[in-house]
Ligand binder design. Structure first.
Ligand code: PLP
Length: 360
């Protein structure tokens, strides 16, 4: 079986561990362990009766629901999608029409998939993960502004795989310099609203700005596929014409409408994450040869003195725990791995499993 490029490939992990996929403790996909919220399951059950009808291709009700999360916008600024991955595909199609796309690396591997699908020319800008403050401007300042006007920029905030949160003040000056700026905020909702550095509040001032959001990570619904994009209505109407008429199924639409109103679940996650992430960070730091990076998201990037692919294989065989090697991030290679923040009990199992392997 081929080594997966995404997290969460339990069939691959189970084949290596020699057990059934249901016995694997998965730290490789960064999914909220508190979910899915009961409100999502109830909405899905309720919507089963709608399966005999096609969803509304304009998704008017779903757009109105998503609009509750971003009340300064109107629904025509919001386009729901089959996960944020679908919307990144359409963003990549538009980026491919520009002279070049600047990509901050390491980057989520699916960006390359989407950009390649439309023949986009990519220029990579490696981030120095070792510096305390990742300075976006210093990576991009060597581009002359006349060239930038014909270039696109794709970046991710908080950044996967490092978990670094860029200050929106750092991103804003770039928006007026590039022809198209796509900001993937798939993990932004793990921060409570007052700590978020989302660029959504300025989207109405910049027709060249696209923000992509996911609902699969925070609400633990990766199998349902659900995301949305915020951008100028003209752009979203164009995307609507490119794609199939019903990319979001009726169950996903119903779940989305329920979860965006589930403030109790949102609050619970915001209260839970910082403490448990910090415990996991401390636990990993105390293990010999492991150096975790500070993170604003629900995962931690860890530098390892031992090859991470070996650690991954040993953990699978000895403890049935799957961590994410970073081989799909070529800039990181075999000395990094990434783990999701899970429940305290699961995190403890991971720390014990790693400890046993590192000592052996
Ligand atoms: C940075 C980033 N963006 C987007 C996605 C796609 O998420 P989804 O399509 O489930 O919304 C992922 C999934 O891992 C991701 O890591």
């Amino acid at each position: 079986m081929r080594r997966p490029t995404h997290g969460g490939n339990l069939a691959w992990a189970a084949a290596l561990a020699g057990c059934s996929p249901s016995l694997i403790l998965d730290f490789s996909a960064s999914i909220n362990p508190l979910g899915p919220p009961k409100s999502a399951i109830a909405a899905i059950e309720q919507a089963l009766k709608d399966l005999t009808a096609y969803p509304d291709p304009h998704y008017n009700q779903l757009r109105a629901s998503l609009n509750q999360l971003h009340p300064t916008l109107t629904p025509d600024w919001i386009l729901p999608g089959n996960g944020s991955a679908e919307l990144l595909t359409w963003a990549a199609r538009e980026l491919s029409e520009l002279e070049k796309t600047c990509l901050l690396t390491p980057a989520f591997s699916d960006y390359q998939r989407a950009l390649k699908a439309f023949g986009a020319k990519v220029r990579e800008y490696p981030l120095d993960l070792s510096s305390e403050i990742l300075d976006l401007r210093s990576q991009i300042q060597n581009l002359k502004s006349k060239i930038q006007n014909r270039y696109g920029l794709l970046l991710n905030n908080p950044h996967n795989p490092s978990g670094h949160l860029f200050d929106r003040k750092m991103i804003l000056p770039l928006v007026s310099q590039f022809a198209l700026v796509v900001v993937d905020e798939a993990f932004m909702d793990f921060l409570p609203p007052h700590q978020q550095q989302s660029i959504i509040p300025v989207v109405q001032d910049y027709p060249n700005l696209v923000i992509v959001r996911s609902l699969t990570k925070f609400y633990s619904l990766p199998g349902l596929r659900l995301g949305y994009c915020i951008a100028h209505p003209d752009r979203l109407r164009r995307w609507q014409q490119w794609r199939d008429p019903w990319p979001v199924n009726a169950l996903a639409a119903a779940a989305a409408t329920a979860v965006v109103q589930d403030t109790a679940f949102q609050q619970q996650t915001w209260e839970w994450l910082p403490k448990v992430r910090s415990q996991l960070f401390q636990g990993l730091s105390s293990l010999s040869g492991l150096h975790p990076y500070p993170s604003a998201a629900n995962f931690l990037l860890v530098q390892s003195e031992q090859p991470s692919s070996q650690l991954q294989a040993k953990l699978l065989k000895h403890s049935r725990i799957l961590i994410r090697d970073c081989l799909s991030f070529p800039e990181l290679g075999d000395r990094f791995f990434r783990v999701a923040v899970r429940t305290e009990a699961d995190n403890q199992r991971l720390l014990e499993g790693l400890d046993a392997i590192l000592k052996s």
